[in-house]
Write a protein that binds this ligand. Structure first.
Ligand code: X2X
Length: 344
C-alpha cells in the first residue's frame, strides 16, 4: 500500500512538473513568428515558405504560428542585409537564397561560380552530399540554425535588345545583377555593363528601360509577365543556380521544446522537397513546357548549343579561378569532385 502511494505521488509530481515545464515553454513562445522571403507565393520560393509555415502550424496544433514577409519587407527590401537581420533577431526565420547571404558567408558564393553545376544532378550532388553538410556547419557557426535545402533555380538571362548567343552579343548591354560581387565580375568578364541593385529596385528599372535586362529563374518571367516590360529575348545557358536554405534564428530555436524543434525541422525538409519539384516543373521534362509557354508570349527563346555555351565558359574562367580562392580551395575542389562523381 505504502509502495503504491509513493508511486502515485511520484506520478502526480511528474505530471505537475511536466505541466509546469510545458506551460513555461508555452509562455515563452511568441504569438507569431516572422518569416522573411524575397519572392512570395505563387513563385516556388514563396510556396516554400507557405508550405513550411502551413505544415508547422498543423503539426504543432497552432503552437508555432508563422507569418510570411515576402519582398524582404522586414528589412525594407534590402535582401543583402537579410542574413545579418536573421542573426540579430530582426527576422525569426527565413527561406533565403545563397546569393543574398553570400556577402556575410563567403562559402555560399560556391553556387554562384560560373558553370560549376551543369545539370540538376550536380546541384543535388552538392546540397544533398558532404558539401551541403559543410555549408550547414558553416551557417551554424555564422549564427543561424540551418534546416533544409530548397531551390530558386537556374538563372537565365533576359533582355530587351537582341538574342544572346555569344559574349559579343552582351557587349555594352546594361544588366541588373544581384548584390554579390561575383555577379559583377562575371558580367564584366562577358563584356556586359552590370549594375548591382536589389530585386525591389530591379522591377521599376526594367519597366522604365533604365536597364536592358536581368537574370533570374524562368518561373519569375511568367509570374511577372516580363515580356510586358520589354523583355523579348531569353537565353538558357544554365550558368548559375541558387539553392534556397531554410533557417531559424538561434534564440528562437532554443526557445522551442525539442519536440517542436523536430517538427519544425521535418516540416522544412518536407517543404524543401515539395518546393524543389515546383522549381523544376516545366524545365526537367524533355520538351520543357515552360520554354514553350514563354515562346508563346512572343518571346525569342535561345537555347545555346554546347559550342556556344563553351564560349561563355571560356570568358568566365578567370572569374572562376579568382573566386575559387575566395570561396575556399578545399571546398570548391570537394564540390568539383562531388559533381564529377554524380549519378548521371
Ligand atoms: O534578386 C534576385 O534576383 C532574386 C529574387 O533571385 C534573389 O533574391 C536572389
Amino acid at each position: 500500500m505504502k509502495f503504491r502511494r509513493t508511486l502515485l505521488g511520484l506520478a502526480l509530481a511528474a505530471t505537475a512538473l511536466g505541466f509546469t515545464t510545458g506551460a513555461m515553454a508555452q509562455a515563452a513562445y511568441k504569438p507569431e513568428y516572422k518569416m522573411s522571403l524575397v519572392l512570395g507565393p505563387p513563385t516556388p520560393w514563396g510556396m516554400a515558405g507557405k508550405i513550411w509555415a502551413d505544415l508547422v502550424k498543423e503539426r504543432t496544433q497552432g503552437r508555432i504560428n508563422i507569418k510570411l514577409y515576402p519582398g524582404v519587407s522586414l528589412i525594407q527590401g534590402d535582401q543583402t542585409r537579410e542574413f545579418s537581420a536573421l542573426r540579430q533577431g530582426v527576422i525569426d526565420m527565413a527561406v533565403g537564397s545563397t546569393i543574398n547571404w553570400s556577402p556575410q558567408v563567403r562559402e555560399l558564393n560556391l553556387f554562384s561560380m560560373p558553370f560549376l553545376m551543369p545539370d540538376y544532378a550536380a546541384i543535388d550532388a552538392l546540397t544533398q552530399g558532404e558539401v551541403g553538410k559543410d555549408i550547414f556547419a558553416r551557417l551554424d557557426k555564422a549564427g543561424v540554425v540551418p534546416l533544409a535545402w530548397g531551390e530558386n533555380g537556374y538563372r537565365e538571362v533576359t533582355n530587351s535588345k537582341r538574342p544572346i548567343k555569344s559574349p559579343d552579343d552582351l557587349k555594352g548591354m546594361k544588366l541588373r545583377v544581384v548584390g554579390s560581387p561575383i555577379f559583377s565580375d562575371m558580367f564584366s568578364a562577358m563584356g556586359a555593363n552590370p549594375t548591382q541593385m536589389s530585386w525591389a529596385d530591379a522591377q521599376p528599372a526594367l519597366a522604365s528601360g533604365a536597364v536592358d535586362g536581368q537574370e533570374n529563374p524562368l518561373f519569375l518571367f511568367t509570374v511577372l509577365k516580363m515580356h510586358t516590360v520589354g523583355q523579348k529575348f531569353v537565353t538558357t545557358w544554365g550558368y548559375v543556380a541558387d539553392p534556397l536554405i531554410f533557417v531559424v534564428n538561434k534564440e528562437i530555436w532554443a526557445s522551442w521544446t525539442p519536440a517542436d524543434q523536430a517538427i519544425v525541422r521535418q516540416a522544412a525538409i518536407d517543404a524543401g522537397k515539395q518546393e524543389i519539384a515546383l522549381a523544376r516543373k516545366g524545365l526537367t521534362e524533355s520538351d520543357k513546357p515552360l520554354l514553350k509557354e514563354i515562346a508563346g508570349m512572343g518571346v525569342t527563346v535561345t537555347q545555346l548549343t554546347p559550342a556556344e555555351r563553351e564560349a561563355f565558359v571560356k570568358v568566365t574562367r578567370p572569374v572562376y579561378a579568382k573566386w575559387k580562392g575566395t570561396v575556399g580551395n578545399d571546398l570548391v575542389t570537394k564540390a568539383e569532385k562531388a559533381i564529377a562523381a554524380r549519378p548521371k
